[in-house]
Write a protein that binds this ligand. Structure first.
Ligand SMILES: Nc1ncnc2c1ncn2[C@@H]1O[C@H](COP(=O)(O)OP(=O)(O)O)[C@@H](O)[C@H]1O
Ligand SMILES: O=P(O)(O)OC[C@H](O)CO
Length: 495
């Protein structure tokens, strides 16, 4: 019987395919980076064709590496960078514009106008989100308004919109399936998280025609089958979830109060709040954590736009390092008290500030500041931003977590995780598999095709690889964090 699961993890900077066995162990994986386009200040685009081609290539490579026939794959799971917006032609499957990436700020004036017109409260209570260029709705409208004839074609039903999961599903099924799951839908600003349906009032407000929207399914569902021409056999697509929600599942945070934080390009912390859609009064997001058998589990999310991307910038933008892994030894050498702060607001500030016009800055430079201090400040900024989120969650009544489960490419860095534990004053657990995003959606696909019977089966598969506990004095922690708050204040453009 086919018992392997193939996860497609389509992230912001790379496409990955990982094959898992039924114990959740990685059999093999393949990864490909793809081009980032920065056509203007604050704009970020991807080529949707390159997203598709790199995804297909890594799936084929993973199967080849594993020396497994496609028929041994019981199901495919798709997890993806969320909010990123693609519109394509229904008859050809061709995108009509580059994908507008979640980090893109081009619609900030539109968002500001909607906020000034007083729409934010109603939008927040329906969607759990804030009016910000981060989410898909204003990106959809931008494409419809800026590609000639697009709005009319959309209204006539000739065009389809999707987040990256939908686009890949469409391609894998040769256009037979135009679907998404509730976690991805909950990031569009068009989906009512209480009624679990597209919301007509929001569609009117954001000027998005209903005809372009995908059907919304549970996160473990029958999404259609990948055509045999792509991977060598027809394989059911059985799980879909946005990457941050998938990581929550991969971290087995199934009980209310459990919390994870993922450090990839950005950093996303999600607290499981169970069946309660906890409304934030501290500018966090209420989101669908997962939907199984029609039952919704909600999450409270803090979204930070730049985490590992700060390290990428140190490498590719200003060439202070050649590899991300070099940063650990540098920080070990420099220590925590060098007086430099980096506020990596390259694409504005996310939670809890939501300041799209803020830009990055370095503070505390002196004649003896060196490369290692700046690099260390980049690593530290990630922990300080996480502390901002924990404070907002506490203010929302969530209570201080006892343990935080972490994952994502950046937590391979032991120094970062120890500093995180020190600054938060919280125990931090790093699991044996830090590819929790891919693992989470493999679990979802496995639930659908019967490899797993329940979430309890999955919880048993989670293992801690290393536990980090706080070692820093309260005085030092407070002093360091005070310096961060001062630095953030200096880049903010709105209160
Ligand atoms: N050892 C390391 N120290 C610090 N940052 C790292 C390290 N290894 C990887 N990173 C950062 O982690 C990010 C990659 O994480 P990943 O989870 O693969 O991201 P994504 O899914 O967003 O593409 C990159 O931005 C990289 O700069
Ligand atoms: O590509 P990642 O892993 O940084 O995740 C991006 C998020 O889904 C954006 O909301």
């Amino acid at each position: 019987m086919s018992q392997y699961l193939l996860s497609i993890d389509q992230g912001t900077t790379s496409s990955r395919a990982i094959i898992f066995d039924q114990r959740g162990a990685i059999v093999t994986s393949a990864q490909q980076e793809f081009t980032q386009f920065f056509p203007a200040d604050g704009w970020v685009e991807h080529d949707a064709e390159e997203i598709w081609e790199s995804t297909l290539a890594v799936c084929r490579q993973a199967l080849k590496n594993a020396q497994l026939p496609a028929s041994s794959i019981a199901g495919i799971g798709i997890t993806n960078q969320r909010e990123t917006t693609i519109i394509w032609e229904r008859d050809t499957g061709k995108p009509i514009h580059k994908a507008i990436v979640w980090q893109d700020r081009r619609t900030s004036a539109t968002c500001l106008a909607l906020k000034q017109q007083g729409h934010e409260q109603a939008v927040q209570s329906a969607t759990g989100l804030l009016i910000d260029p981060y989410f898909s709705a204003t990106k959809v409208a931008w494409i419809l308004d800026n590609v000639e004839g697009a709005r009319q074609r959309a209204e006539q039903g000739e065009l389809a919109f999707g987040t990256v999961d939908s686009f890949l599903l469409w391609r894998l099924t040769n256009g037979a399936s135009h679907k998404t799951d509730a976690t991805n839908a909950s990031r569009t600003l068009l989906f009512n998280i209480h009624s679990q349906g597209w919301d007509d009032e929001l569609l009117r407000l954001f000027r998005v025609p209903k005809a372009i929207l995908p059907e919304v399914e549970d996160s473990a569902a029958d999404f259609g089958s990948a055509d045999a021409q792509w991977l060598g056999a027809q394989i059911p697509v059985a799980g879909i979830a946005g990457d941050q929600q998938a990581a929550l599942i991969g971290q087995a945070c199934f009980k209310p109060g459990m919390i994870k934080s993922t450090y990839g390009t950005g950093c996303f912390m999600i607290l499981n709040t169970g069946s309660e859609a906890l409304a934030s009064t501290n500018r966090l997001l209420t989101t669908v954590a997962y939907r199984l058998n029609g039952e919704v589990t909600y999450g409270l999310e803090g979204s930070i736009f730049i985490a590992g991307a700060a390290i990428q910038w140190l490498r590719d933008g200003i060439a202070l390092i050649s590899h991300a892994r070099e940063t650990e030894a540098m920080a070990q050498e420099v220590g925590v008290e060098h007086g430099v702060y980096m506020v990596p607001a390259f694409t504005g500030l996310g939670a809890p500030y939501w300041d799209p016009e803020a830009r990055g800055a370095l503070f505390g430079l002196t004649r003896d500041t060196g490369i290692k201090d700046i690099v260390t400040a980049g690593l530290q900024s990630v922990a300080y931003q996480t502390k901002d989120l924990i404070h907002a969650m506490e203010a929302d009544g969530a209570g201080k977590p006892t343990t935080l489960r972490v994952d994502g490419g950046m937590v391979a860095n032991n120094w970062v995780v120890q500093f995180l534990s020190d600054v938060l004053n919280v125990n931090v657990d790093r699991p044996a598999i830090i590819e929790t995003t891919a693992l989470g959606v493999a679990y979802l696909a496995g639930l659908q095709v019967g490899v797993y019977q329940s979430l309890d089966d999955i919880s048993l598969l989670w293992h801690c690889e290393r536990h980090f506990s706080p070692e820093m004095s309260d005085d030092l922690r407070n002093d360091l964090y005070k310096g961060w708050l001062k630095a953030v204040e200096r880049v903010r453009t709105i209160d």
